[in-house]
Design a binder for this molecule. Sequence first.
Ligand SMILES: Cc1cc2nc3c(=O)[nH]c(=O)nc-3n(C[C@H](O)[C@H](O)[C@H](O)COP(=O)(O)OP(=O)(O)OC[C@H]3O[C@@H](n4cnc5c(N)ncnc54)[C@H](O)[C@@H]3O)c2cc1C
Length: 434
Amino acid sequence: MLTADRSARYTMPPTASFPPYDYDVAVIGAGPAGMTAAIRTRWVKSYKSVPCSTVLIDGAGLGGLAKWRSCMLTGPSFHLPGSEVVGHFRQDIEDLEIPLITSHVVNIDFEGPVKTVYTESGAVVRVLAVIIATGFRTLCNEQDYLQHIAITYMGYEFFAELLCNFFNLEGRHTVVVVGNEFTRNLVDLIESCNNGRHQIIYLLNTNTHNPQLPQATGAVIQGKIMRYEGDRSLEGIRIMTKDAGEQFIPCSKVLLDYNSYELAPLYEFDVSPLKKTVRGFIKVDREMRTNIAGVYAAGDVTGLYATVGRAIGDGIVAGFSAYQDIFKLKFKQQPCLFAYAARDIKITPGFKDLPRLRPHLKPKVIVSSGRAARLAAEYAAKHQLPADTLARLVAACNGVHSIAEQRAVFNLEQSVVNNLIEFLVEKKAVALHR
Ligand SMILES: Cc1cc2nc3c(=O)[nH]c(=O)nc-3n(C[C@H](O)[C@H](O)[C@H](O)COP(=O)(O)OP(=O)(O)OC[C@H]3O[C@@H](n4cnc5c(N)ncnc54)[C@H](O)[C@@H]3O)c2cc1C
């Protein structure tokens, strides 16, 4: 039964009809592609849009590869540090209060209109859209140990020089080479540059069963890095092996064979329902849509060409596409959006960019409760409405109860509730769930 008391939000029965979900969009991977995708779904543009409720998921936090010192937004004549570029996105994400789940995704159920995303930490998130922006592989805390890590990139001639310099170390070290089955292309070079001076361990992060490196002089382990450890300098890496579980490998240097991941990306979750390229990258169309409705991909995970600039562009497009599809699902019409898909419609005085609020939509506050309360108070003062009632109404906007239910519970006129919700939508403080 509906009640109008202070515990209203706990006693209202949830609206049936569409399966319940937690966020409109989950963005998996928070590198430049994932960050820009999340920002666009949440913000879209400054004027008259209906923000999506969006969550970012990445065990390595925000920034992806672009927070490493060697990754930059580059042209021949300019080098914008990647950290500076992602610094702006970080600020946007903070200002927009986009939540981040700091864990890696281990499974996605792609079936049906609501997708379910599972993380390593046990979080379960139900969403209308998934944007996969996982790059070539998962990251952890590499950026804290970059002075002890060499990375294969730039070109094959460069590798030869890089490796010879890299193994030119004083004393005897344990070096872990991290890659996948394509690291086989480097083994001869690695072994000849090392020339027996240091102990080498190969850690292959691959789904191939029992990968072989016949030329390797050291152990070959199948597994992945979970964490780099050491007080100031690198003392070892904690890994998860395919068979033996967690293990610590003492080492002072790591060679990350990015070249091998550029040949075949690594996924932490099953992507078999998605169409892929020969090399295993996710196939997308020009709008970053995959073969599954409601699933998009952006950045390095879609294959060539791996650059910060392209990742940013991809992320923006994927964000727009997810926004557009979700908007159509909720409002049964195209969004008015300047950036794409201008609508061939007659514009008359009084035309409204925002769609009519349908009573079955469920408002969800997507900013902090304090900010939402301040906005409600501002609105109440401006329109001489009961501040306490509006505050309680806004506090009850949890994406579970519909606008119609809110009207009944708080005994307010339709126009009052609609105008308040529209005001909060325009302030990008409220999303409307289906
Ligand atoms: C050494 C090096 C130097 C480079 N230099 C340049 C340069 O100078 N100029 C340039 O334009 N480009 C450069 N690049 C390329 C550029 O960094 C990438 O193209 C760009 O960062 C790709 O962005 P992304 O968001 O697609 O992926 P990434 O930046 O790789 O981000 C992907 C994120 O997804 C996360 N992730 C992966 N799997 C999961 C999962 N299962 N669950 C949750 N999160 C997950 C990862 O932890 C990571 O944070 C360089 C790359 C390297 C390796």
